[in-house]
Ligand binder design. Structure first.
Ligand code: HEM
Length: 487
């Protein structure tokens, strides 16, 4: 047998492979790559789903399904406090781990996940990954977002509350006495942002509609960001996706009313130090407020009502507190932030809803600094991506008690409350603690007691879970109520 008679057919067969078995070869290569990532990694000893340790496709799929907070809770129930959720990623459930991950000054940074969120060309406080630049941006934004500064805008919030109540009065006096409270809470949060940030009334509450589809647009953009952020390089391929291109704003960058709204204060910051806080920074930080501040506050208020109205005894106890405060003259109309702070049971209900249903449903990601670090007593190598989720952390039984899964606001009136407060992450943590939390707390503290005092609410579908899709925030719908005036 000549060598040619052997090599010839063999070579021919090899050349057939790309033609007939290309997909098979590709598949084998992917499996080999996945197994390499799974086993050739310092994280290989941690438990987790097989696919998650081989590829980020697993995270992508979980996010795509739209209920990732439930997936992560199930995952930790199944695998324990540390789960491998990506080839280079661990998810942590313990409060000690969260403390280390959010500790300031340890060199922990945000991951590329945030890079996908707009505006990519000029990151804002939320999307900026470089810690030095983030600190610089914060220097110019902390003051405008301070409670003292925001309280000066209380009268604008009062005016939107009044507009909301005019609408709700209309429903309470109409034949069916029924409305979609969830939608109106969303409209309220958006209109407050418009007033506080730009002195501009968008008219969501007034028209009772999602003006120009803005809410839907933001949700779609955030779904894209949250999903593609799981595999950030995909953004290069999808950059021209129409959802990823920011809508132009009609604001010309000046406060037409002369009020010290957020935008005006950002512009003043820019004028003080134009090289450190540029015009583009002003735009991106103002733009960021809209993305970060409407779904989050709306979701929190919807969860507050959903849990409260499904618990008649809690609802009754809260009404008793509000009525007693009104009778004693300590709850005026409109309600002030400080008055609401002095309502212990109301505060307990608010904290309990932020504990059980925090508005951010995706995991929050950070990257271990190059030199590595200790998390909850174990060393992790530099570059490891580490993640936590408020829905998981807030159910820790060692902190929140054996009934941590249950809705029980009374826990916030017990001796352990201080410790529980230290382990709440509804606003994130560390140097990236939510910048807008004072605004969210201001509007919720003012609005919620005022609505509860004026109206009686009953769920149209008691016990039925709210529909939701987790983009970055848990975007909910279906909070329909029967409504009537209490007085
Ligand atoms: C109840 C309402 C809100 C909740 C639950 C909430 C939650 C959060 C969370 C969990 C983070 C940390 C995210 C991370 O580290 O990946 C965050 C950051 C942020 N939030 Fe909020 N937020 C709320 C309202 C607002 C409002 C009203 C604004 C602005 C108008 C806002 C602006 C921001 C900004 C700019 C950041 C980035 C902070 C930084 O990285 O330094 N948020 N928020």
């Amino acid at each position: 047998m000549s060598p040619d008679s052997v090599v010839g057919p063999l070579l021919g067969n090899v050349l057939q492979i790309p033609r007939f078995h290309f997909l098979l070869v590709l598949l084998l290569l992917l499996v080999a790559r996945g197994l390499y990532k799974r086993y050739n990694s310092p994280l290989s000893t941690w438990p987790g789903p097989l696919l998650a340790s081989c590829s980020r496709v697993w995270k992508f799929w979980v996010t795509y399904k739209g209920h990732s907070e439930h997936d992560y809770m199930d995952l930790h129930r199944k695998y324990g406090p540390i789960v491998r959720t990506g080839p280079n990623e661990l998810s942590f459930a313990s409060p000690e781990a969260a403390k280390d991950i959010f500790a300031v000054g340890k060199g922990v940074e945000k991951t590329d996940f945030y890079w996908v969120f707009p505006p990519a060309e000029n990151p804002d406080v939320f999307t900026e990954i470089r810690e030095w630049k983030h600190a610089q941006l914060k220097r110019f934004t902390v003051q405008p977002y301070s409670l003292a500064s925001l309280q000066k805008m209380s009268s604008s919030i009062d005016a939107i509350e009044k507009e909301l109540m005019d609408r709700l009065d209309g429903f309470a006096n109409a034949g069916q006495r029924r409305c979609n409270l969830g939608d109106y809470l969303h409209y309220f949060a958006f209109d407050v942002l418009g007033e506080v940030a730009f002195s501009h009334r968008y008219g969501f509450v007034g028209t009772g509609t999602d003006v120009e589809g803005c809410i839907k647009y933001i949700d779609d953009v955030q779904f894209y960001d949250g999903l593609v952020g799981q595999i950030p390089w995909l953004h290069y391929l999808l950059r021209l996706n129409p959802l990823a291109i920011g809508k132009k704003m009609d604001n010309n960058g000046k406060s037409s009313t002369g009020r010290d709204d957020l935008l005006a204060q950002f512009i003043q910051g820019h004028l003080r130090a134009p090289d450190k806080f540029t015009e583009a920074d002003v735009f991106s930080v103002a733009h960021g407020a809209i993305g970060a501040g409407s779904d989050s506050t709306a979701s929190t208020m919807q969860s507050f009502f959903y849990l409260l109205l499904n618990s008649p005894s809690t609802y009754q106890a809260l009404l008793s507190e509000l009525d007693a405060a009104t009778t004693s003259g300590t709850l005026s109309d409109p309600v002030s932030y400080l008055e609401a702070q002095a309502l212990p049971y109301f505060q307990a209900c608010l904290h309990e809803s932020m504990r059980l249903r925090p508005a951010v449903g995706l995991n929050i990601y950070r990257k271990v600094p190059p030199e590595g670090m200790q998390i909850d007593g174990t060393f992790y190598p530099g570059g490891t991506e580490v993640a936590v989720n408020g829905w998981v952390l807030h159910r820790d039984k060692t902190v929140f008690g054996p009934d941590a899964e249950d809705y029980r606001p009374e826990r916030w009136l017990e001796s352990n409350a201080k410790e529980m407060h230290r382990h709440m992450y509804q606003f994130g943590g560390g140097s990236h603690l939510c910048l807008g939390r004072n605004l969210a707390l201001l509007e919720m503290n003012k609005l919620l007691p005022r609505l509860l005092r004026r109206y009686h609410f009953g769920l149209v579908h008691p016990g039925r879970p709210l529909k939701h899709r987790t983009t970055f925030f848990v975007v909910q719908e279906g909070l329909e109520v029967y409504i009537s005036l209490r007085t």
